[in-house]
Design a protein around this ligand. Structure first.
Ligand code: AMP
Ligand code: MG
Length: 505
């Protein structure tokens, strides 16, 4: 623990009920370490009242809250720790990672009895920091804050963001940047890599303890079925497989690329975790690589579904010793679960894409209808979000100029539009109802890189957080029209192509 670590304990803000279950697992699973505050500041960049209400937190952004969300003091009841994990990074096993710059203050139970871990990201070095400084820069903090709340607005499972503060302290990356801290929330931050670390160390009892903990605290419903009672660990693997397939299908449907799908960034709850060099696809390009340090394109957009399976196989391997006394039988069981993944993913994705097309029924030809549209979009570099939003206004038999003009190959579009019109006629689709349905699943607003960049520049250069707040409010309702924000519904400006995001944050 650093000598600068905070030890002051203040009263806990009203209504927070601490229940630190993870910390009771024992020190094999984490290191106790308190946050190290920045020397200067802090000041608020943003506070999320909806997330505060979710915790049952009555306080508005008070000085006490600022003090503990910046690591200056600890609320009474907190038991700060950094979690241990390992993981496969870009395909290679790294034996010890762990929270190198995040510290969990503890868990609170909200009035509905839901558990939320409160984590400060950028809160200083921990025993897992290796050569890192334990800090997060304002730029990446704004990106994670806005994107996690945008994903929530889109209905995609994700960690949440409660608050963001900044300091005057400088943090050294490719350039000097202002330091910041994010308050992140999740029912659990346990990752696939949290299990892998014990598998590779041959610590079987630790794998079992962690699996029992995850099941009893986060999947209690699993224990209800007879199959799960017989083999709860297989049931856990199966449920995580289902959730991961569903999550990645949602990413694909909305055009989200995570950027660093290492197994240590995969949540055991199937929620989006660890926002770094993510990106929302603009011009449709299946091989889209959002992370500029991903030279081989391992985590390209269209690779995400199969990387999901790779990561699940890392998790399955770590759970093998729990599945069956016979190693061979354990492998057979794990494989049977993993074999379900592709079908699960395809069914989820197909259902989401059918909804994006406004189709109520399922026909054999739908897959070709979709893939031909995507091919046409790729050839014509059509913006993914704008296309699907405008498709809601499609009128069979009409010229559909707003849509048609998105394509250079207008004839190609006309040809596809005739097939689409015929398909809609087949199910007697009502234009008005279909449009309302489609606008409910095809967002008008996503967090484009240039939007985050504008908010970051204003925050960094002018200490003006109004655009952070505008985007925060906008992205809470990505399906609503919000005419005051119409400027963010169009194509990205030309300079957006020069923005480069990588892992260094
Ligand atoms: P990520 O690529 O952000 O998922 O991080 C991979 C690992 O590096 C995790 O163990 C992080 O905690 C750690 N890490 C990333 N950035 C830093 C930093 N600035 N200081 C210390 N550890 C870091
Ligand atoms: Mg990570």
């Amino acid at each position: 623990m650093s000598s600068k670590s905070t030890t002051v304990v203040t009263d806990t803000p009203a209504n927070l009920t601490w229940s630190n279950s993870f910390s009771r697992l024992g020190e094999a699973f984490y290191s106790r370490v308190a946050p190290t505050p920045y020397q200067s500041g802090p000041e608020w960049v943003h506070f999320n009242p909806a997330a505060a209400a979710m915790l049952g937190l009555d306080d508005l952004p008070s000085t006490t809250l600022l003090s503990w969300l910046s690591g200056r003091s600890l609320p009474e009841g907190a038991a700060p720790l950094a979690m241990l994990y390992a993981g496969h990074q870009f395909g290679h096993y790294v034996p010890q990672l762990g929270d190198g710059r995040a510290i969990m203050l503890g868990e609170v139970l909200n009035p509905a009895g839901q558990r939320w871990e409160i984590q400060l990201k950028g809160s200083g070095v921990t025993p897992y920091s290796r050569d890192g400084d334990g800090r997060a820069v304002l730029r990446s903090t704004i990106r994670e804050y806005l994107c996690s709340e945008a994903m929530h607005g889109l209905g995609i499972p994700t960690t949440r963001a409660l608050a963001m503060i900044r300091s005057e302290d400088e943090v050294y990356r490719e350039q000097i940047e202002p330091g910041a801290m994010l308050t992140r929330l999740a029912p659990s931050h346990v990752r696939f890599g949290s299990f892998e670390v014990f598998f590779y160390r041959s610590e079987l009892e630790a794998i079992r303890t962690l699996a029992d903990y995850v099941i009893s605290h986060h999947y209690p419903e699993l224990l209800a079925s007879d199959a799960a009672k017989a083999n709860p660990y297989l049931a856990l693997l199966s449920e995580v497989t289902v959730r991961t397939a569903r999550l990645i299908a949602q990413w694909q449907a909305v055009g989200f690329a995570h950027g660093v799908m290492n197994s240590d960034n995969m949540s055991i709850l199937g929620i989006t975790l660890d926002y770094g060099p993510f990106g929302f696809m603009e011009a449709y390009q299946p091989g889209y690589i959002c992370n500029h340090s991903d030279y081989s394109g391992r985590y390209a957009f269209d690779q995400q579904p199969q990387i999901g399976l790779f990561n699940l196989s890392c998790l399955a391997q770590a759970l093998l010793p729990l599945l069956h006394d016979s190693p061979d039988e354990a492998v057979v069981q794990a494989k049977a679960v993993l074999d379900e993944y592709q079908g699960l993913f395809i069914r989820e994705y197909a259902a989401l894409m059918r909804a994006k097309l406004g189709l109520l029924t399922s026909q054999d030809e739908d897959q070709a209808l979709l893939s031909d549209l995507l091919d046409l979009m790729q050839a014509n570099q059509v913006d993914y979000t704008i296309l699907f939003r405008r498709l809601g206004g499609f009128v069979p038999g009409d010229k559909n100029t707003a849509l048609r003009d998105l394509f250079l190959d207008r004839e190609g579009f006309d040809h596809w539009a005739a097939r689409y019109a015929a398909r809609l006629a087949q199910e007697h689709s009502n234009d008005t109802e279909r449009c309302a349905r489609m606008h409910g699943v095809n967002p008008k607003y996503i967090l484009r890189n240039y939007m985050a960049e504008l908010a970051i520049r204003k925050a960094q250069d002018e200490r003006d957080y109004s655009l952070v707040d505008d985007l925060f409010r906008l992205l809470q309702q990505p399906f609503a029209e919000q005419p005051e924000f119409e400027r963010f519904a169009g194509h990205p400006p030309e300079w957006a192509g020069q923005i480069s995001v990588s892992c260094s944050s």
